[in-house]
Ligand binder design. Structure first.
Ligand code: PLP
Length: 361
């Protein structure tokens, strides 16, 4: 089976490490002598509680999460956080700052406007989100309840290369598409969250890392399942958590640990993206969407001068075993998502394919 696998450049759900899939496969009908699959277990069973606790501990260790932060395993996707963040945090002053640098921060901004007075700290829509604002371009309100941004813009292929400085105003960051790809200083954030299906686990799990003191100030009509404090009090087990995804996250975290942790992930990330950007920059027929200095280490967006040639590229690449390279319709062209699980060799071969395509066209 495994030698028939393709190089999967999908933006999410996306590739998982082969060894993780094989381990999950080997345990799928009988998890370590329990006589059942993790999918069939009570979430209150000893076996699952161990998985749950170990997975939390592994994430804490890998990301070096300080003691005054809680790790939550929630559902409703990263998009659920677009509502959950303002519902729980806006009550402090009724105001918040949002940096809109792409599709998902734009959606979060629109959602937050239902709950308070939301200011645009930056908006890169003037040039189809091909760049990241610099610190001195951010319009900051010292009275904001929080500052919101998206670390990596999955669709446009841009990524913040710095952590915004906002004084006492807590940072809320959507890290869905670059979490675990490099070390981050968690203590600089109020909330970090991520949908799991890009760099962590299968779809269905949302990881939230929250500074404890930020919870407990939710608006009165906050739905039960959208209340951080409830989830903190019940350790994410108010109801049935996404058990299988949590188990898979545990396996992925083992794999990250075996591969030198987040420093190791950063090295691989730089190798993959460096190679691909060099190849595309040196090309005569391809051009990059994201500006230099704002380019993502995870999602590389590029195109030719013609839609027909783009389509031909995507089609011929798929036939050669490089799949899901079609770009999002908001950018057009191509997008290569090169998350943690993409082997360096996959990017090497894609670069060879790009050069060969250029020679032939
Ligand atoms: C994919 C993605 C989302 C949406 O995630 P869902 O889990 O589908 O809601 C939000 N933000 C970013 C940065 C993403 O990449």
């Amino acid at each position: 089976m495994s030698d028939q696998r393709v190089y999967n450049f999908a933006a999410g759900p996306s590739a998982l490490p082969l060894s993780v899939l094989e381990r999950a496969g080997s345990e799928i009908t009988n998890y370590r002598g329990s006589g059942m699959s993790v999918m069939e277990m009570s979430h209150r069973s000893k076996a699952f509680m161990d998985i749950f606790q170990e997975t939390q501990d592994k994430l804490r260790r890998l990301m070096n999460i300080p003691d005054n932060y809680r790790v939550l395993f929630l559902q409703t996707g990263a998009s659920g956080q677009f509502s959950m963040v303002p519902l729980n945090l806006i009550g402090k002053t009724g105001k918040a700052d949002y940096a809109v640098t792409g599709n998902f921060s734009s959606l979060a901004y629109k959602e937050a406007k239902k709950y308070g007075q939301i200011s645009l700290a930056a908006d890169t829509g003037d040039r189809n989100h091909c760049y990241i604002p610099r610190q001195d371009g951010l319009k900051l309100d010292p009275d904001a309840s929080y500052f919101y941004y998206c670390a990596n813009n999955t669709i446009y292929g841009t990524e913040w290369d710095y952590v915004p400085e906002t004084g006492e105003v807590p940072l809320v960051c959507d890290m869905s598409s670059d979490i675990l790809s490099m070390p981050v200083d968690v203590s600089r954030y109020g909330i970090i969250y991520a949908g799991a299906q890009k760099n962590m686990a299968p779809a269905g799990l949302t990881v939230v890392i929250i500074r404890e003191d930020l919870a407990g100030r939710e608006l009165p009509n906050t739905p039960l399942m959208m209340n951080y404090q409830t989830m903190i009090d019940k350790d994410s087990m108010y109801n049935t958590p996404p058990c299988w995804c949590i188990y898979m996250l545990g396996l992925v975290l083992d794999w990250v640990e075996e591969n030198s942790g987040l420093a190791g992930m950063k090295k691989l990330r730089d190798l993959r993206s460096g190679m691909l950007y060099d190849t595309l920059e040196g090309s005569r027929i391809f051009r990059l969407h994201a500006e230099k200095g704002s380019r993502s280490g995870m999602n590389v967006t590029f195109r030719t001068e013609s839609d027909e040639l783009d389509a031909k590229f995507v089609q011929e690449a798929a036939a050669a075993g490089f799949v899901s390279l079609k770009g999002h319709r908001k950018v057009g062209g191509m997008r290569a998502s090169i998350y943690n699980a993409m082997p360096v060799e996959g990017v090497e071969k894609l670069c060879e394919f790009i050069r060969a395509f250029e020679r032939a066209n």
